[in-house]
Each structure stands twice: as structure tokens, then as C-alpha cells.
Design a protein around this ligand. Structure first.
Ligand SMILES: Cc1cc2nc3c(=O)[nH]c(=O)nc-3n(C[C@H](O)[C@H](O)[C@H](O)COP(=O)(O)O)c2cc1C
Length: 477
């Protein structure tokens, strides 16, 4: 920890502009907020403004996957916050595909409660923001694949990743080269589970379902299954078969009203480990050509190669996807890529790059995908590190057509009303913004309580989670 540097030291937007220039990155900041206020098309629907909230799970479901008290609280707060796109969190399509013991699951039993969660969220929005006619709310359908808890479930062996697949170090739960792979028949059954889950979500009243392909979970892994045999591995055509057939199946099953969405990883990157002397992350040794990531240049895997992500985005659009959320990296092996941060989570590494470089990577890659699919509403990620200036970067990107909607993840846990404040006062309050100090990730990794998982939220900004964090520390002491 002694090597931790302070990066976010700006006292004004001009200070930040100077550092952006010094770092040689392309991040623009507009003073006045105008474009963020305008509606946008998502397929045949309209969303009321250009600010969204990313899927942010709270690890607070009941043990059988239904929303619980804290889930309702979080969603209501998001509903009240003024953002018009709410991207409901990771919800497993089968119980064994959960990433933790308290992730949401969708099935016939939990569906009525998910419907109530949606209705309370909409009611909270109406009470604070007026009409919810232009509020779009969806649900992220997931299978955690190799990160399933407590048993990893693999679709492909990826040698660079297999050795890093620890589900719970202290419990000795992990995957390795000998972990069996899902068969084609297993995957066919899982396709049916996605379609059934989408049907339930549509019937519960959600506006969209997201077929999640990001953050190296099961469908992200299939995109990398270059050495897998059979109909789901090898060629790009085969690696994208699962999602294609699921989208077609959902459309046939639910009709045109349900918006089809997908959160994709456009760049997986390579695994990083802390340098034992400095605590700073450095890439694990890799072999060339590197084949264990999606959107990764095989000759230089620290860099993106967007050929396949662009082809994927176009293919998804051709199969009815009107809403595309672009993300990067793996929270398990290179968290700085997906969530540029100031402080690493416990047991992880300090950022190996200036966080502005990480923000720039998000914005650059998202702009390339938006250009490739101009008729799709593309949602951008990676804004929270900019703290109170995030809305000014959103404005710059939206004005230039580099993204349709800017969404916020950690920043919304800290400050659910960021959108209302931005739209009414033209700026965010410094004392409420996310500080990107990773306590929310610490809580996600804390499993030693009776339920096998602590709930997560914003420790510095929300007393509820400051208390949870104190409880975790007590348990460790
Ligand atoms: C506590 C926590 C929960 C998250 N839950 C999800 C999730 O359910 N689904 C998902 O796709 N990403 C999830 N993410 C990632 C965020 O949606 C987002 O991509 C990431 O935090 C980077 O955006 P930001 O810089 O605005 O925070 C989560 C991240 C954190 C820290």
C-alpha cells in the first residue's frame, strides 16, 4: 500500500484538462450540459435523457435468488436518481451459474418478486421525476461460467486464465486444466434457459433483456473458444452461435416489444499480478500468438484489435440488438481495465497505468463501436473515475456521436441522484461522488458470514455499507 499514488488531485475542470493533455489522451470536457438532457431512440422506444446506471449487483439476494430488502433499497434509489436508462444487475439464468451465493436468479418462483422490484423502481422514479414513460429498465441475464460459485463451469480451456481461476482461495476452490468442459448438449440446454429467462423478464414488464457477454463470464468465454471443438468453438461463426441463436429464440418467443440488448467486452486484456516489491500490477508472462482473450491483438495482447468486436456488434444488430453496452477487462484478473481506480481492492494490485489512460481506452473503443453500428444505442462505461467531471466528459462524447448514453457504475452506488443534480444544477457535488477506492469490491469478495456472502455498496458514502464493512473487519480481526 505504501506505493499507492494519488492521481485524482484536481481542484478544477481546467486542472483536469491540463492533466489530460499532459497524459496525451483524448478525453474532452464540455462546460455546459445540453446533449445529456436530450432523448434518444432505442429501437422503437425513446429514452428520456442520455444518462444511465450500469448493472451494479449488491450481492444481497436471498439464498434462493430473490431480491431482498437491500436489493429493493438500491433499485428504488436508482429509480429516484433521474437517470433514464436503468440497466438491471446480473441475474443468473440457472442457480449454478451465480457468481456468488447471493446473486439474483430468475425463475418462475423469483419472477413475481423481480416484477415487484421493477414496479417499486418505476414508482420511485415517478414520485421524484414525474413521468416514467421515458424510463427504460432492463435486466442482465447471466451465467458466470468459470467464475460460478462455488463450482467453476468452463466452456473452454484458456491456458492463461485457467491458472488464475480461483473461486475462493481460502476454501481452495479453483479451476485448472483438468476441469471438464460443458458439452454442446449442455450449452443447448443453457440456450433454452436464457430464452425461458427472457420470457419471464418480458412478462414481468422489463423493457429489455441483456444477454451478457462481458467480464469473462460464460458467454464472454465462448467468444474466446478458438480451440474448442464442435458447433460452439473454433471459427468466429461458431463462437458467436450461442448468442445468435439465443437472440433469435427470444425474438420468436417474446415478439417485437422487448428490446434486445447485450453488454459485451470489446477488449479482454491479459491477466495482471502485483509486483511483490511495489504492489503495482504487471502483466503475467504470455505466449504469442495470444489466443485467450476477445478483442485482443494476438501479436501484442496489451493492445486491442477491434476486428472481431466490430463484427460482433454488427452481427448483434443484424439479430435485433438495439442497445449495446460496451465494457472491457475482467474484474478477476485485470480490474484496472474495466474500472479505473485510485485504490486497489484488498489482495489486488495498484494501478499499472494512469487511470486517465484507462478512461481513454474505454472512450476510444466505445467510439469505434458506435461508429460501426450508428443505428444502435451504444452505452459507454468507465466514467466514474472522473468523479464530478464525469458528466462533462459524457456531454463531450455524446455531442460528437461517440456514444449514445453515458452510464455510471460505482458512481451511482455512491451518488444515485447524480443525474438529477447534473440536469438541474449543471454539475455534480464533490462530496457525494465515488472516490474509486474499491471498498465495494472488497465487500463483494467478503464471504465469511452465515449467508456465504456480504452485501456490497458504497462504504465511504453510504452508512449502511460503512456498517457492513466494519462487520467484515471485525470478523477478520
Ligand atoms: C460492486 C460492483 C457490482 C457490479 N455489478 C455488475 C453487474 O451486475 N453486471 C455487470 O455487467 N457489471 C457489474 N459491475 C461493473 C460495473 O457495471 C461497471 O462496468 C464498472 O464499475 C466500471 O464503470 P464505472 O467506472 O462507472 O464504475 C459491477 C461493479 C462493481 C464495483
Amino acid at each position: 500500500m505504501s506505493h499507492r499514488k494519488k492521481y485524482f488531485t484536481y481542484r478544477s475542470i481546467d486542472d483536469l484538462r491540463r492533466d489530460i493533455e499532459a497524459q496525451g489522451v483524448v478525453i474532452g470536457l464540455e462546460d455546459a450540459l445540453e446533449a445529456v438532457r436530450t432523448p434518444a431512440r432505442i429501437g422503437s422506444r425513446s429514452v428520456g435523457n442520455r444518462l444511465g446506471i450500469h448493472p451494479m449487483e449488491g450481492c444481497d439476494a436471498t439464498r434462493d435468488g430473490a431480491p431482498d430488502e437491500l436489493t429493493f433499497r438500491r433499485w428504488r434509489r436508482f429509480g429516484e436518481g433521474g437517470a433514464k436508462l436503468l440497466w438491471g444487475e446480473a441475474t443468473a439464468v440457472v442457480p449454478e451459474g451465480r457468481a456468488n451465493a447471493r446473486q439474483l436468479v430468475i425463475n418462475a418462483r423469483t419472477q413475481p418478486l423481480l416484477g415487484r422490484l421493477l414496479e417499486e423502481t418505476r414508482a420511485a422514479h415517478r414520485a421524484r421525476c414525474g413521468s416514467d414513460d421515458d424510463l427504460i429498465v432492463g435486466l442482465q441475464l447471466t451465467h458466470s461460467g468459470r467464475w460460478s460459485y462455488p463450482r467453476p463451469i468452463l466452456a473452454a480451456h484458456l491456458s492463461a486464465i485457467d491458472r488464475r481461476t480461483f473461486i475462493d482461495r481460502s476454501a481452495g476452490l479453483r479451476a485448472d486444466e483438468s476441469t471438464p468442459l460443458l458439452s454442446d448438449d449442455d450449452l443447448l440446454r443453457l440456450q433454452d434457459a436464457y430464452i425461458a429467462a427472457a420470457r419471464l423478464a418480458a412478462d414481468a414488464g422489463f423493457d429489455f433483456v441483456d444477454i451478457k457477454q462481458c467480464h469473462t463470464y460464460l458467454l464472454g468465454e465462448l467468444l474466446c473458444a478458438r480451440r474448442r471443438a464442435g458447433r460452439f468453438g473454433g471459427s468466429f461463426e461458431n463462437r458467436t452461435r450461442f448468442v445468435r441463436e439465443v437472440l433469435d429464440g427470444i425474438r420468436a418467443e417474446t415478439g417485437p416489444r422487448l428490446i434486445l440488448a447485450s453488454r459485451i467486452n470489446a477488449f479482454d486484456g491479459v491477466p495482471y499480478t502485483a509486483d511483490p516489491d511495489t504492489g503495482i500490477g504487471r502483466p503475467d508472462a504470455f505466449t504469442i500468438p495470444y489466443e485467450d482473450g476477445f478483442g485482443v491483438d494476438p501479436a501484442d495482447p496489451l493492445k486491442e484489435d477491434l476486428t472481431e468486436p466490430v463484427a460482433l456488434a454488427r452481427m448483434l444488430a443484424a439479430h435485433g440488438v438495439d442497445l449495446l453496452n460496451v465494457s472491457l477487462g475482467s474484474p478477476y484478473y485485470n480490474p484496472h481495465v474495466g474500472r479505473p481506480y485510485e485504490r486497489a481492492s484488498e489482495g489486488s494490485y495498484e494501478t499499472p497505468e494512469h487511470p486517465l489512460a484507462g478512461v481513454d481506452r474505454h472512450f476510444r473503443i466505445t467510439a469505434a463501436l458506435q461508429e460501426a453500428v450508428p443505428d444502435v444505442a451504444v452505452v459507454g462505461t468507465g466514467y466514474s473515475w472522473l468523479q464530478k467531471y464525469l458528466v462533462h466528459a459524457a456531454e463531450w462524447n455524446i455531442r460528437r456521436g461517440r456514444v449514445t448514453i453515458a452510464a455510471v457504475g460505482r458512481g451511482a452506488l455512491a451518488y444515485p441522484e447524480f443525474a438529477t443534480d447534473a440536469l438541474t444544477t449543471g454539475e455534480l457535488q464533490s462530496k457525494r461522488v465515488c472516490l474509486t477506492v474499491s471498498f465495494c469490491t472488497d465487500l463483494m469478495r467478503a464471504k465469511k458470514n452465515a449467508l456465504g456472502q456480504f452485501p456490497t455498496g458504497c462504504v465511504p458514502r453510504d452508512e449502511v455499507y460503512a456498517d457492513v464493512y466494519r462487520e467484515v473487519l471485525k470478523g477478520e480481526g
